[in-house]
Design a protein around this ligand. Structure first.
Ligand SMILES: *Cc1c(COP(=O)(O)O)cnc(C)c1O
Ligand code: SF4
Length: 345
């Protein structure tokens, strides 16, 4: 996908972006997208290249250089590398794994709007992410339908305005923070005109994979408006949360943002009690509450990441025995048509 097409950066034409904005946009532009280069940078031999190239045709490779720097070279099983390295296993079909496992087709009432749960509405703001996680449940999402300009958002905004039960709007994607703050600020302003919306929640992996993204401009629209701001980040392993990430999270916390984390339970990444425990401790150190531990959605191409539910329950139970209650995420799965995420433990 041409990132420029889905990115309303046009609004910035002729305007000099603030320096902090220029920095994260450059880091995003310089993200590694070439499988050969990835293999070079993480010290993987030629046997990985062809496979990676083939799998990257199914779902493109994207990974920021700063994230790669946290990977220990020469180990294909590194838990961070495993989340981004395209593998031939992705081409293997498995019964029960489909392109739309959550049957989201039905929940799309207006372009860009997903309404599944009471009181909350989710806006799919972009298909672009700063990292392409190989297990992503949205790897087949029809992002062509995502509205671009503010006019294209009118039907979704009108539908939110017409429903006084909506108290919370969730900006999701893709990754909403791959859009500019100027654009997001405009969208937030429009949502702010809807009186019954009290909370603005952002689902994003950017503060974890590209900590430069936490800028003054971001805090400006997110934390200084009339909303209660909530940011749900996505980290799966304590090593993802390095010192630069911790500094960004601290800035968000200091600006009054409620910070939560969601993880996906992933074979070979975090299906281990000590890994889950150190992730929880690291998050709390950064003032982030572990919120959800998701059972993998059965998306085609990700079957090799699946951890059986029974094993997931045993891990969640043991985590509960080891840690204070507030450090233990709820182990959940998404069941199409259910009124909420289904709690597995
Ligand atoms: C997961 C999800 C939410 C948020 O659910 P919470 O349990 O409130 O975190 C909202 N809308 C959609 C469509 C979702 O998939
Ligand atoms: S950042 Fe989130 S939406 Fe983007 S690829 Fe990763 S899991 Fe999917």
């Amino acid at each position: 996908m041409d990132a420029r097409e889905t990115d309303p950066l046009e609004v910035l034409v002729g305007v000099e972006p603030p320096r902090t904005t220029a920095r994260w946009r450059r880091a995003l532009a310089e993200a590694v997208r070439d499988p050969d280069l990835l293999c070079d940078l993480v010290g993987l031999g030629p046997e990985f290249r062809e496979r990676a190239r083939r799998a990257a045709r199914l779902f493109p490779l994207v990974v920021p250089r700063g994230y790669l720097a946290r990977i220990k070279p020469g180990n294909p099983a590194d838990p961070l590398l495993r989340q981004v390295l395209p593998l031939s296993a992705e081409a293997v079909a498995r019964p029960g794994f489909s392109v739309d496992p959550l049957v989201e087709e039905e929940a799309r009432s207006q372009p860009g709007l997903l309404r599944k749960y009471r009181g909350r509405a989710l806006l799919v703001t972009t298909g672009v992410c700063a990292i392409n996680c190989r297990f992503c449940f949205r790897r087949h999402f029809p992002y062509e339908e995502v509205p671009r300009g503010i006019e294209a958002w009118e039907p979704a905004l009108a539908s939110l305005a017409a429903d006084p039960t909506i108290e919370e709007v969730i900006l999701s994607g893709g990754d909403p923070l791959s859009l500019t703050d100027e654009w997001l600020g405009r969208l937030a302003e429009r949502i702010g005109l809807i009186e019954h919306v009290k909370r603005l929640r952002v689902h994003t992996r950017l503060p974890i994979v590209l900590p430069e993204r936490v800028t003054d401009e971001l805090l400006g629209w997110l934390a200084s408006g009339r909303f209660q701001p909530i940011v749900v980040v996505h980290a799966n392993h304590a090593r993802e949360v390095d010192d630069a990430v911790a500094r960004g999270l601290a800035r968000l916390a200091e600006a009054g943002v409620l910070l939560l984390n969601q993880s996906v339970l992933l074979a070979g990444v975090n299906d281990d009690i000590d890994v889950l425990e150190s992730l929880a401790r690291r998050l709390i150190e950064c003032r982030v509450l572990p919120y959800y531990l998701h059972q993998l959605d059965a998306v085609a191409g990700a079957a090799h990441f699946e951890v059986p539910e029974e094993r997931g329950r045993a891990l969640a139970r043991e985590l509960r025995d080891r840690l204070p209650g507030y450090m233990v995420p709820r182990y959940v799965r998404e069941v199409p048509g259910a009124a909420a995420k289904t709690i597995l433990y």
